[in-house]
Design a protein around this ligand. Structure first.
Ligand code: HEM
Length: 228
């Protein structure tokens, strides 16, 4: 797990693309992050719990246990709020907490705080999210990993949970983003462009990648805990 006491890498020190040495192309940060975390993504998505859930070998109750853990995670992730000088990538339309709470109520777990306390792995992830909330680059890493994941594999999870366990749309609002006319594929493309437009310095890109990889590990640890 990353050391929360590592120095912050604020995005406010970002150099705009136009101010860069014209001899050096701006980095395709989104592509670098994706490539650098591909193994971590594979390791996370192949955890027993999520594989079994997607194959129909678990239950709606197991899905509810999973979503309740994510409620603790998103509560911490979204506690930072949106700030006046935030870059476009921190889009308020992505916020998931209202949908998660509404889904949990529809799944019979309106009392999720009492009925599904945070597992140690979840509590560790949530505490880390609160620790790094003022470090824009590290926060971006978790923002990217969760929201782009929800807009990607998350869409498949929703379809399979509906198919295998007869979950209703009222129970799957978590995956139903209000993106206006835009579908998830187009939105993700714009998100990656917005990441690149930040024109992060190489040391910030390193920090971003390190933190994205950590985010996958935190998520994998929750899957592991749910399997127990
Ligand atoms: C069984 C579970 C999962 C499946 C089947 C799955 C599948 C996928 C697929 C097919 C994509 C590519 C979509 C595209 O190119 O637009 C993707 C992207 C992604 N997934 Fe997953 N995923 C799973 C779990 C997760 C988890 C648990 C996370 C993190 C918490 C995650 C994070 C991401 C991210 C950040 C991307 C975007 C990569 C990028 O294009 O930059 N995924 N996933």
């Amino acid at each position: 797990m990353p050391n929360p006491s590592e120095p912050e890498v604020p995005m406010s020190t970002v150099t705009p693309v136009i101010a860069r040495d014209t001899a050096s192309e701006p980095l395709d940060v989104a592509a670098l992050v994706r490539a650098a975390s591909a193994d971590d993504h594979r390791a996370t998505e192949s955890r027993g719990f999520i594989v079994e859930l997607m194959r129909g070998r678990r239950s709606l109750d197991d899905y509810t246990r999973y979503l309740a853990q994510l409620a603790w995670v998103y509560e911490a992730l979204e506690a930072r709020g949106i700030r006046a000088d935030d870059p476009a990538v921190f889009d308020p339309a992505l916020a998931r907490m209202p949908a998660i709470e509404s889904d949990l109520a529809a799944l019979g777990a309106a009392d999720w705080r009492d009925s599904h306390p945070a597992l140690p792995a979840t509590a560790e992830y949530a505490a880390h999210l609160r620790d790094i909330a003022d470090d824009d680059v590290r926060y971006l890493a978790h923002h990217y990993t969760r929201y782009l994941g929800d807009l990607s594999g998350g869409q498949a999870i929703a379809a399979l949970v509906a198919r295998h366990y007869a979950a209703t749309p009222e129970q799957l609002g978590f995956y139903d983003f209000d993106l206006g006319d835009e579908g998830p594929v187009h939105y993700k493309r714009r998100y990656r462009e917005a990441m690149n437009a930040l024109a992060l310095e190489p040391r910030q890109v390193d920090a971003l990648i390190e933190e994205v990889r950590a985010s996958f590990r935190y998520n994998g640890a929750i899957f592991e805990a749910l399997e127990a």
